[in-house]
Design a protein around this ligand. Structure first.
Ligand code: SAM
Length: 231
């Protein structure tokens, strides 16, 4: 195995769940597929096993606690499959849509999960703001390294059921300050957060927002408006 199983299993233990050797083998297989695909087109800057283990795998797995049993989940801007693919490996009960606007990334995710036999990730190539077909479908929506919090709240809340959670992978809590107006407009509250350090010492904060009311029909707006005039 090229990824660091010892480090990964120690990290998952601190996050509150066990990581079996079979699950680590799957994550190692995913690493091999990402690095192979990376030779043809750019999927990630992290191609050595240690950085991949720490910055992609440990980081993705840290949000596991925010996914209720048997949740239907959507990962907005999943890219090459983070955080949804590592989460799907440790949480076979959760069904993930990996959503990304870049087709080659979704082609990669779909082929990687097929090859690894991971049957709870389904890639969909679309922009989140164009997915009225996914409206109010999910228990959890997550996103890592995609956009600012106000933008992400506007993209994620329409996809959530009332009472569902948006899980934002961020570096620190300070960004929550910028989301006050978005939370008020969309009837969201910061329900929980998990601050931790990666094994390399980098700080991370995963915030969990609850959708308390149906989202007004006006949202999401067109992306040009969301970007130009964030909530
Ligand atoms: N989440 C992955 C990760 O942590 O490695 C990928 C992050 S990458 C920096 C951001 C991704 O978000 C890109 O693949 C981009 O295509 C996608 N993206 C940005 N805005 C989006 C939108 N409105 N709807 C769907 N995908 C979007």
């Amino acid at each position: 195995m090229r990824i660091d199983y010892k480090l990964l299993s120690a990290a998952s233990k601190t996050f509150g769940f066990p990581l079996s050797e079979a699950q680590a083998e799957l994550l190692d297989g995913f690493f091999a597929l990402v690095t192979e695909a990376n030779e043809k087109f750019n999927l990630t800057a992290l191609t050595d096993a240690d950085s991949f283990t720490v910055k992609h795998l440990v980081d993705s797995l840290a949000g596991e606690r925010f996914f209720p049993l048997n949740a239907k989940a959507c990962d907005i801007g999943a890219g090459a499959g983070f955080p949804c693919v590592p989460l799907a490996v440790v949480r076979p009960d959760v069904d993930f849509i990996a959503l990304d606007s870049t087709e080659k990334k979704i082609v990669f995710v779909n082929s990687a999960v097929r090859e690894l036999g991971i049957d709870n990730v389904h890639g969909k190539c679309a922009r989140a703001e164009d997915c009225s077909d996914l409206s109010a479908l999910f228990d959890v929506v997550c996103a890592r390294a995609v956009a600012s919090l106000p933008v992400l709240l506007e993209l994620s809340f329409p996809l959530l059921k009332k009472g569902g959670f948006f899980v934002a992978y961020k570096t620190d809590i300070s960004e929550a300050e910028t989301a006050r107006n978005a939370l008020k407009t969309l009837s969201g509250v910061l329900k929980d957060l998990f601050s931790f350090s990666l094994p390399n010492g980098d700080s991370r904060c995963i915030m969990c927002f609850e959708k308390q009311k149906d989202t007004p029909k006006a949202y999401p707006r067109r992306y040009s408006l969301i970007k130009k005039n964030p909530l």
